[in-house]
Write a protein of this length. Structure first.
Length: 84
């Protein structure tokens, strides 16, 4: 898990770009406010090819990450990210 102070600072920096909404059962959801963020994340995660196998692979990667199966293991890292 990330340190709470880091998450607080990150959320503070991103807050102008986020929208808060309820899900109907009392849970608050955060989502991107601008459509361009959605488009950029889609392009980053799926590229220009929206093929079903690629979407399923990304979905599995995200599910594995948030389920904790990556805890205590090295995460895959792309050299492309270090250039940003």
């Amino acid at each position: 898990t990330a340190p709470p102070l880091l998450l607080t600072r990150l959320l503070g920096d991103l807050l102008p770009y986020l929208s808060r909404r309820g899900d109907g059962i009392g849970v608050e959801l955060l989502s991107w406010y601008h459509r361009q963020f959605w488009e950029a994340s889609d392009e980053f995660l799926f590229g220009s090819a929206w093929s079903s196998p690629q979407i399923q692979r990304r979905h599995k990667e995200l599910a594995d990450f948030f389920s904790g199966s990556w805890a205590g293991r090295a995460k895959p890292y792309s050299a492309w990210l270090s250039e940003r």
